[in-house]
Write a protein of this length. Structure first.
Length: 182
């Protein structure tokens, strides 16, 4: 753990405690920002689009987390959505999201980790490697098989993740989110 002052000698922020990771990526020192939703979260019984909601509460506070992102050379936040018969995109209109996240400005992000902003896809949709190549995400297969979509969000202008919303979880799903900056 280390204390950093996100705004230097200015007095808006007091020093905050963060985790330093020197081992995960050789040649890089990572600043790990923790939040209250890092453990695997069970999500079940929320049928309406975005009906399940979780607001991420960062240990150093929201404004300080944004400042750390702004001052970092690069950032990434991992997300994983494990699904069982639970879509990300509405099967009747793929432009409508059932499960999504909101970025630092609380705007709806139409993509998942590993994909490009604005693409409306998950990582597998970008590489045409989804279990069903006609779908944008593995979870959009909407079958009774455990599937997942995961990857890193790497665009600083979107980070940190503000909140996560899910629907179509009448069965069982799990959510995992963690964050680091370099």
């Amino acid at each position: 753990m280390a204390d950093i002052d996100p705004d230097g000698p200015d007095m808006y922020f007091f020093p905050v405690q963060v985790e330093c990771d020197f081992d995960s990526e050789p040649g890089k020192a990572l600043t790990v920002l923790h939040h209250d939703s890092e453990n695997r979260i069970q999500v079940k019984g929320y049928e309406g689009a975005g009906e399940y909601q979780i607001l991420l509460k960062y240990d150093i506070g929201w404004a300080a987390a944004i400042k750390v992102v702004d001052l970092s050379a690069e950032c990434k936040q991992y997300m994983k959505w494990e699904c069982f018969a639970a879509v990300i995109h509405n099967p009747n209109n793929e432009e409508v999201l059932t499960t999504f996240w909101k970025n630092r400005t609380e705007g709806v992000a139409n993509y998942f980790g590993g994909a490009e902003p604005g693409s409306g896809k998950c990582a597998c949709g970008m590489t045409h490697s989804c279990v069903n190549e006609t779908k944008r995400c593995n979870c959009d297969n909407n079958d009774y098989v455990w599937r997942f979509d995961d990857g890193f969000i790497t665009h600083k202008s979107e980070l940190p993740m503000h909140s996560f919303y899910a629907g179509d979880t009448g069965k069982l799903c799990f959510l995992i989110i963690y964050f680091s900056a370099a």
